[in-house]
Design a protein around this ligand. Structure first.
Ligand code: DC
Length: 206
């Protein structure tokens, strides 16, 4: 097969990145995190960018040691994009249709021959509706908050409301809201280990 695309959609803390990283590490998939690009745009432009400013950016996902990082105009964005405040701002600029169009085009341009796992909030529904395998991950809000709190080393109560707010924005936006893509395999990860989720997804690839 000259191109295999696996898409993973779902809300914050549902386990998208964990699963995508396992597929990259164990199965040799090239990993594209679309949220990283929305986060990077939110980081680079304190007010909203213009379409011209976006067009000047060069965007590339590259392997750094064992992980994939996003480079924007040759800058490794990983150190500055993971905080919850950046996530909130990313969700705000993600409402803008020209920003979505830019991200979608860049992501499609970065997918050539080979095996790709692409994660986000509209990847199986809008960017790659033709993907061979589509996954939608979900989990209880409390469990998602626990996971994010652990990841960001902050208190669960602080993050819970922020996740709720971000869910609301992502689900209700007019352009490409977070939905279960047609034909997607829905996996609830609330009470499942990473290995269990991984094994379920691997069985879908066979
Ligand atoms: O997955 P994440 O937390 O890194 O994403 C940050 C925000 O970016 C998310 O709240 C909404 C936006 N996003 C989006 O609108 N579409 C995507 N495909 C990926 C992310």
């Amino acid at each position: 097969m000259d191109k295999l695309i696996v898409t993973i959609d779902g809300p914050s803390g549902s386990g998208k990145s964990t699963l995508a990283k396992l597929l990259a590490c164990r199965e040799g998939f090239f990993y594209i995190d679309t949220g990283a690009l929305y986060r990077s745009i939110a980081c680079l432009f304190s007010t909203k960018p213009t379409p011209k400013e976006l067009d000047k950016l060069s965007v590339l996902w590259k392997k750094v040691n064992t992980e994939y990082h996003l480079f924007v105009s040759n800058r490794d964005m990983e150190p500055c994009i993971r905080g919850e405040e950046v996530g909130k701002n990313a969700s705000i600029i993600a409402k803008l249709p020209f920003v979505r169009e830019f991200v979608n085009n860049v992501v499609r341009e970065n997918v050539n021959r080979g095996k790709y796992v692409v994660e986000g909030r509209d990847v199986g529904s809008v960017i790659f509706p033709e993907a061979q395998v589509k996954i939608y991950l979900q989990a209880d809000l409390k469990e998602r908050a626990t996971r994010r709190a652990k990841e960001l080393h902050i208190q669960k109560d602080i993050i819970l409301d922020k996740i709720k707010e971000r869910d609301e924005k992502d689900i209700t936006r007019k352009d490409s809201p977070l939905v279960i893509p047609e034909g997607a395999h829905v996996i609830d990860t609330t009470n499942k280990t990473q290995e269990k989720v991984y094994t379920e997804v691997i069985s879908l690839l066979k």
